[in-house]
Write a protein that binds this ligand. Structure first.
Ligand code: SF4
Length: 136
């Protein structure tokens, strides 16, 4: 079981080694490798609106909160709404990807992920396009 805040489902889909610090990136790479590796589709994810497994070593984390809470709360609320994620819910990475495929269309990230430092790199839009292509 891995604790995930709502906007980190899309972050995990698009992650390509970018992060806030070396420790942050190493931790996130370990989590994402688990999801993308053998059996990863069955890994259980536990939805939280507080600091999660990815936040763990982040230099912006403050207790269960974040120095960027104003922006992060907006991000989490938009992602929770579009993916139908409830606080405390558990779902597999496979189920999470199915929800992303069904609910998030190519081009949606401009508004959904507004304010993200890595949005303009296009890595997450590329990953979203691949997820849709893989389902055809
Ligand atoms: S910036 Fe905030 S929400 Fe994002 S990983 Fe760091 S602590 Fe978590």
């Amino acid at each position: 079981m891995i604790r995930f805040r709502p906007h980190h489902f899309l972050c995990a889909l698009g992650f390509q080694g970018k992060g806030y610090s070396d420790k942050f990136t190493a931790n996130m790479a370990e989590i994402v490798d688990r999801l993308r590796g053998p059996g990863g589709e069955n890994v259980m994810l536990h939805v939280t609106h507080q600091a999660d497994a990815i936040c763990g070593p982040c230099p912006h984390k403050r207790g269960v909160g974040c120095v960027k809470d104003t922006q992060i709360t907006g991000l989490d609320n938009r992602h929770a709404t579009i993916l139908g994620l409830s606080d405390g819910e558990c779902l597999t990475w496979n189920e999470a990807q199915a929800r992303i495929r069904a609910q998030v269309m190519p081009g949606d990230l401009t508004s959904l992920c507004a304010g993200c430092a890595w949005l303009d790199l296009g890595l997450c839009e590329d990953a979203l396009a691949r997820l849709h292509a893989d389902s055809t």
